[in-house]
Design a protein around this ligand. Structure first.
Ligand code: NAD
Length: 469
């Protein structure tokens, strides 16, 4: 692994996490990252990095995941630039002290909170949206005034290398470092005392990151995954529902943390729904998605083999073709898998969609609420009562009604899981808050000093204290 530096610095072949963190801590101690101007400069430079290199970013994403130009632009490039735009627009107001009321006991006085940066953050990314998943936390870290080490996923090699090449060219070199590598390098980084740990990926490593953060009693954000259910009320607008499900599920060949993991539908609607779903898959990806440039590839052969194993013994009503040498799996639909099967026990994170039927709407709700809290939960319905029950009863990182992944375009909606799907939130103001400590400040006036709280006490003082507190 290499620490990547810009042309002004010699790339060091030997990686020293101690040297990196020391440098960033020294930079943070100068206080320059706290200024509004520096934050704006860095965000503007990051925007420039993206816009000036969008072709290379798209090419890297294509090389790693076979991502189409449109998908890469929509979900990684435009997604990141619109986040920067929103941050730049509102940063000044986020940085302002936030006044809160002061109780009578502490009057005359005033109280407020100030958002201050934690210091040096560690941002660890995952491979499925390998650009956006490190850039979005970086935007939040910069907006909040932090320095950061960025560790992209080693599985998305081309994007990792590009990030490592570009960051030093555009951003403050003494405040941001990219470290490339996998388990060993991340383990070495995790041994250092960062002021904030931000991790995106699976649950197993999430626990490792949280354990590392605990050693330093440092705050941690875990952006994890899980099985995101998609409940379809067959009486809703099925024509639009299937379009939105196919879009959300087979985007990035199903390798989206919030993609619908499985469908729940009442038995009577199964045939109609399946027929429409298959027709829509063909509409969006053609009869042979293998030759369709809009359809992506699985990240590597290991993940491809993992996904192919899910098909064993299942009733496939569409797709199922695969070519492990080319990391290709056709959009695939299964019906009625056993709830004990691997495909219904593990997060699929690929282009396979099981359909499970229930007898009633309340059974569908029970199915969802009796399982781990998902990152996202979807319901398609025109029934207000069912919608209200779903929103009230289902605990999930996010809920989207009558659509799938689209909720992510709203940077004003905090994003993150709950329970095993994650801890903490980001995007927009939530990201700024995630990388900030809210420092409480109370200022008292010398003008008046009520003697009530000072000894010697008396019954009269106690009576007054009770009255005014
Ligand atoms: P991954 O393999 O890219 O691993 C994530 C990061 O952890 C990488 O940077 C990797 O280098 C590091 N890592 C791997 N093993 C490690 C170890 N033993 N010790 C320390 N670091 C280690 O990604 P993944 O885990 O396959 O990610 C897939 C999961 O991520 C899915 O569950 C998905 O739902 C979730 N995800 C969540 C979000 C979100 O925003 N909530 C986004 C994308 C993916």
């Amino acid at each position: 692994m290499q620490e990547v530096s810009d042309s002004r610095q010699q790339a060091s072949p030997s990686f020293s996490s101690v040297a990196i963190i020391d440098e960033l801590k020294r930079t943070f101690a100068t206080g320059r990252s706290k200024s509004y101007q520096w934050r704006v400069e860095q965000l503007t430079a990051l925007n420039q990095l993206i816009t000036e290199n969008s072709k290379d970013i798209i090419a890297a994403l294509h090389s790693d995941l076979g991502k189409s130009d449109t998908e890469a632009w929509l979900t990684e490039i435009a997604y990141s630039t619109s986040d920067i735009k929103g941050n730049l627009k509102r940063l000044k107001s986020w940085m302002k002290p936030n006044k809160v009321s002061t109780p009578l006991m502490a009057k005359p006085g005033k109280s407020y909170t100030i958002s201050e940066p934690f210091g040096v953050a560690l941002i660890i990314g995952a491979w499925n949206y390998p650009f956006q998943l490190v850039v979005a936390p970086l935007i939040a870290a910069i907006a909040a005034g932090n320095c950061a080490v960025i560790k992209p996923s080693e599985l998305s090699e081309a994007t990792s290398a590009l990030i490592a090449k570009l960051v030093p060219k555009y951003l403050d070199n003494n405040a941001f470092k990219v470290v490339e590598g996998g388990k060993d390098e991340t383990t070495e980084l995790l041994a250092q005392a960062f002021d904030k740990y931000f991790y995106t990926g699976g649950e197993h490593v999430g626990r490792i990151v949280m354990t590392a953060a605990a050693k330093h009693l440092a705050p941690v954000t875990l952006e994890l995954g899980g099985k995101s259910p998609c409940v379809v009320d067959g009486a809703s607008n099925m024509e639009i529902a299937v379009k939105r499900i196919v879009w959300g599920k087979w985007m990035n060949a199903g390798q989206t943390c919030v993609a619908p993991d499985y469908i729940l539908i009442e038995e009577e609607y199964l045939a109609d729904f399946s027929q429409r779903l298959i027709a829509e898959i063909k509409e969006q990806y053609g009869n042979d998605p293998k030759d369709n440039k809009d359809y992506g590839r699985i990240i590597n052969q290991r993940h491809c083999a993992r996904l192919i194993n899910y098909l064993d013994g299942e009733y496939i009503i569409h797709g199922g073709k695969h070519n492990i040498d080319h990391c290709y799996i056709e959009p695939t639909v299964l019906v009625q898998p056993s709830t004990e099967s691997a495909v219904m026990q593990e997060e699929i994170f690929g282009p396979i969609l099981p359909i499970v039927t229930c007898k009633t709407k309340s059974q569908m709700l029970n199915f969802v609420t009796s399982r781990a809290k998902p990152l996202a939960a979807y319901v398609f319905t025109s029934n207000d009562k069912f919608e209200a029950e779903f929103v009230e009863q289902v605990s999930a990182g996010s809920i989207c009604i009558n659509d799938t992944n689209i909720f992510l375009v709203n940077h004003d909606l905090p994003f993150g899981g709950v329970g095993t799907s994650g801890i903490g939130q980001y995007h927009g103001k939530a990201g700024f808050d995630t990388f900030s400590h809210k420092k409480s400040v109370m200022k008292r006036s010398f003008k008046f000093d009520a003697p009530l709280r000072y000894a010697p006490f008396s019954k009269f003082k106690l009576m007054l204290l009770k009255k005014f507190s």
